[in-house]
Design a protein. Structure first.
Length: 217
């Protein structure tokens, strides 16, 4: 495999130049802002919560990796983009199962493993509707499933998780329609995926931090 092979995956890119996707590249600032804002909350409310800090760093790495992909647009840059996202999804799910549902570590790890194995199958079922965004559908379903499961816990977590799920659905929609709308909208809609997703990740981190601090935002 040629790791330096050039990729053209998004509507905005019309050439191999570094700044061929300016909106897609610059909109990654949303992840940086999300990470820095979450870090401020972490320092104020739960310093010493190292798993949460790890996820904050992962969000920062997501912004950097995505910026690299939308500028260099190579296979190695794509890896820098998708790996942090995968780490966040599975890491957050593990912590949510532990903290929101109170599961023991062995059960939380087992469920994350089941989610990991089931992801390709769920993505395959979603492919006809979600197209290239199908791989994120399992994460969307996981948010709504978590919102439903924590409702019985009486912690006030269900409603904010449901709202985050709706925002992620909007975000995923912008990612999905980037290619279909390309003929009439040259800049595409992928940059809106970045902006909404930055908000989604911040709200997930905020919920994790506030729950650890003993209250629900």
């Amino acid at each position: 495999m040629d790791w330096n092979e050039r990729l053209d995956n998004y509507c905005e890119r019309v050439g191999p130049e570094f700044w061929a996707e300016p909106l897609n590249a610059v909109s990654n600032l949303s992840f940086v802002v999300a990470a820095l804002w979450a870090y401020v909350l972490w320092r104020r409310q739960t310093p010493g919560d190292w798993p949460a800090l790890f996820l904050i760093v992962v969000v920062l790495a997501t912004g950097i990796g995505s910026f690299l992909f939308h500028t260099f647009a190579t296979r190695w840059a794509m890896l820098a983009d998708v790996v942090p996202i995968a780490i966040f999804i599975h890491g957050y799910l593990l912590l949510a199962l532990r903290r929101y549902l109170g599961l023991p570590w062995w059960a939380a790890i087992a469920l994350v493993a089941v989610f990991l194995v089931a992801t390709p199958y769920i993505a395959g079922l979603a492919q006809p509707v979600a197209a290239s965004s199908a791989g994120y559908v399992p994460a969307l379903l996981a948010i709504f499933a978590m919102a439903a499961m924590v409702r019985s816990k009486g912690q006030g977590l269900s409603k904010p998780l449901f709202v985050v799920g709706l925002l992620f659905l909007i975000s995923l929609t912008f990612r999905t329609i980037d290619a279909p709308l390309c003929a009439g909208l040259e800049v595409g809609t992928h940059f809106l995926w970045h902006m909404f997703n930055g908000l989604v990740l911040f709200l997930l981190l905020r919920l994790l931090i506030s729950q650890r601090a003993g209250y629900t935002p």
